[in-house]
Ligand binder design. Structure first.
Ligand code: B12
Ligand code: SF4
Length: 467
């Protein structure tokens, strides 16, 4: 039997337990739909609402011949544990472990050395189907494009890449019926009063931001037709009635022509799609924002990552910080909530750059922003840049994630944690003051900002003393 799964257990994710906005991994649902289309019987074990004990008992009971697991940089640690579990069970010695997903391409040796039998690198549907078919039929798999495995003498074989599928409309919709999607919707409803489902309309991104992981689709850009996307939305709405859709595309407005067609079809077919999406400021203008509004976009995330043009340029983000500010304001003026992403602690970032980021946030004043301390993902240009001054090769690969990699920055890592708090509380103060909301909470935010600023100053001194 074939089992598709992943390694994410919500109950072990303390941070997500405070957020409670889970989504199923679409990748394995695409694979599942592809197997169904080729009449290959299989099960999907969705770990999100389960526990390791239940999962392990399931494996012992089902004794899968093939266990196919999605791996990202966070779930990798759990996937390694699953491999170890399988290796430790006499009744599972026949189970072939196939891994795929975004964290496979740049961890081939580690994953194969830990016991994975096959890796599917890049787009998964066809490669996985061909591999599974070959294993089932006991046929030769050696030449299947896109796979990596260990030869009988232990050498790692990396087969050439598979040519990317041109027409994404040929793919069946993700097999959401194979999991309990209702559990996701209910979690959303319980914690937020509304529910959300993910939909993917494009694969790949033509840009080259240095910190961004592009281990699956590379720099390609392929897109489903607007009608095909609308058909999926109709199906989802009929089947699950979610309140919102999140288009998980990298740059939703990358093609203005596509958006125009999509908007026309939404209007023509009288579809109501409440959606949020992510894009780049340089792929927006007032007309595009109008199209977003008309087609049902209620929230747009516009990346900049920093308020310092110097840092934006070092990231090769290829965007002007003023344009980001203008587009965030323009979206809000059009009645769309705007969100943005911020990253602190990029190589060579100084306190002045961080101050510029705070000013940028105040000027753009988005409804939402997320803020993280930069970490280098294996395979990215950023990773290459900082590897020599990082602990990437000292930390235990199997027990740590790329998020645990630290590298030599202008100040120590604790400084940036205080800087994150400083920005968050300064913005809370700024926004509350601006809206003339509750002066006590505004004052509290200011106090927290002052404390965080003191922490920054202390850590800055510590860095200087240590150097
Ligand atoms: C939606 C999304 C999320 C959502 C939902 C996650 C989920 N359950 O799917 C949320 C917001 C929760 C999230 C969180 C995070 N995410 Co995220 N996320 C995405 C995003 C935007 C879309 C994923 C998606 O659905 N893609 C569409 C599907 C069809 O593509 P796919 O998953 O790659 O699947 C294909 C292949 O990979 C392959 N495949 C996939 N699985 C398998 C399994 C097998 C066995 C095989 C053979 C093949 C195979 O076949 C599929 C079809 O061709 C991607 C970026 C992107 N454009 O893909 C980032 C991305 C996956 N996320 C990323 C990161 C870094 C994170 C976080 C660590 C961020 C953070 N700072 O916390 C967390 C990790 C959370 C966790 N603990 O797992 C990185 C992963 C990098 C890496 N090397 O692992 C990506 C690639 C973004 C980026 N460019 O940096 N994420
Ligand atoms: S950050 Fe966004 S625009 Fe930049 S390469 Fe990644 S997906 Fe593309």
């Amino acid at each position: 039997m074939i089992v598709l799964t992943h390694g994410y257990f919500l109950q072990d994710d303390e941070r997500e337990k405070t957020i409670m906005k889970p989504y199923p991994p679409l990748g394995i649902l695409y694979l599942s739909a592809f197997l169904d289309a080729h009449m290959l019987a299989h099960e999907v074990f969705d770990t999100t609402f389960s526990s390791r004990d239940i999962f392990e008992n399931y494996l012992l009971e089902k004794q899968p011949t093939i266990l196919a697991i999605y791996v990202n940089l966070m779930t990798k640690v759990n996937v390694v544990k699953t491999i170890q579990f399988i290796q430790s069970q006499p009744s599972l010695q026949h189970t072939k472990i196939i891994l795929g997903g975004p964290d496979v391409r740049y961890n081939k040796e580690q994953l194969l050395n830990r016991g994975a039998h096959f890796l599917v690198v890049g787009e998964g549907e066809e490669t996985f189907y061909e591999l599974v078919n070959a294993l089932y039929q006991q046929q030769d798999y050696l030449a299947i494009p896109g796979i990596s495995f260990k030869n009988t003498d232990g050498t790692i074989i990396i087969n050439p890449e598979r040519t990317l599928r041109k027409n994404l409309d040929e793919l069946p919709f993700p097999n959401r019926q194979k999991i309990n999607l209702e559990a996701y919707l209910q979690t959303w409803k319980k914690h937020h009063g509304f529910s959300s489902v993910t939909v993917s309309t494009m694969r790949g991104c033509p840009y080259s931001c240095h910190w961004c992981s592009r281990g699956v689709y590379g720099k390609s850009y392929r897109r489903r037709s607007p009608q095909n996307v609308i058909d999926e939305i109709k199906f989802i709405q009929q089947q699950y009635k979610p309140d919102n859709i999140w288009f998980v595309d990298d740059v939703f407005t990358v093609s203005h022509k596509w958006l125009e067609e999509f908007t026309q079809l939404v209007e023509l077919q009288n579809i109501k799609v409440n959606y949020e999406c992510i894009t780049r400021a340089d792929r927006l203008n007032e007309d595009v924002i109008q199209l977003l509004k008309q087609s049902g976009c209620f929230r747009v995330w516009i990346g900049a990552e920093s308020g310092s043009q110097k840092i934006i340029d070092l990231m090769d983000r290829r965007v002007d910080v003023m344009v980001v500010q203008r587009m965030i304001n323009a979206a809000q003026k059009a009645g769309i909530q705007a969100g943005t992403f911020i990253m602190l602690g990029y190589p060579s970032e100084t306190e002045d750059d961080i101050k510029a980021t705070l000013q940028h946030l105040k000027k753009s004043n988005p409804h939402w922003f997320t803020i993280t301390v930069t970490y280098p993902i294996r395979g990215t240009e950023l990773f290459e840049e900082v590897e020599a001054v990082s602990n990437a090769n000292d930390i235990n690969w199997a027990e740590n994630t790329d998020r645990d990699i630290d590298f030599k920055r202008t100040y120590n890592k604790r400084y940036y944690h205080f800087a994150v708090k400083w920005i968050v509380h300064e913005m809370a103060f700024f926004q509350r003051k601006q809206k003339q909301l509750n002066y006590i909470t505004a004052a509290k935010a200011k106090l927290q900002a002052i404390t965080a600023r003191a922490g920054m100053m202390l850590e800055k001194r510590r860095t200087l003393l240590a150097s």
